[in-house]
Design a protein around this ligand. Structure first.
Ligand code: ZN
Ligand code: ZN
Length: 132
């Protein structure tokens, strides 16, 4: 990466942070927030959105990175690849493949207590045998 593209990226990130739409909504959970930010901005191979959620909503949750690491979430997208998936009741059946998949429109967060860093009822832990 050239120096100027690093500067551009930093600039872009500051603009993102200055935009109130990029803050967690009241009672929005970590998983819904990170999923929302990933959909808009992608993963930069760090936990930047999870950490931003923590900084804004739950600054005392200093064990967050360790806890996410325990479920395989070493960057924002891995939280979903390895840690949590959308709860089954929210999935829609794809008529072409006959498989359940996440809806096009992300569901509204089911809400968590203020300062909680747990995912809301929209998410469930992936298990080793994900066979539904
Ligand atoms: Zn990632
Ligand atoms: Zn949620």
């Amino acid at each position: 990466m050239t120096e100027s593209s690093i500067a551009d990226e930093a600039e872009r990130y500051l603009q993102i942070l200055a935009d109130p739409r990029h803050e967690p909504a009241p009672r929005e959970c970590l998983a819904c927030y990170v999923a929302r930010m990933l959909a808009a901005h992608g993963c930069d191979t760090t936990l930047r959105w999870a950490q931003r959620f923590r900084d804004l909503s739950s600054p005392t949750a200093t064990g967050l990175e360790r806890r996410l690491g325990e479920v395989g979430g070493f960057c924002d997208c891995e939280i979903f690849l390895n840690g949590y998936r959308m709860a089954r009741h929210l999935l829609v059946r794809n008529l072409a493949t006959d498989e359940l998949e996440a809806p096009d429109e992300p569901p509204v967060c089911a809400g968590v207590g203020r300062t909680s860093t747990r995912p809301c009822a929209n998410w469930q832990r992936r298990t080793r045998h994900d066979d539904w």
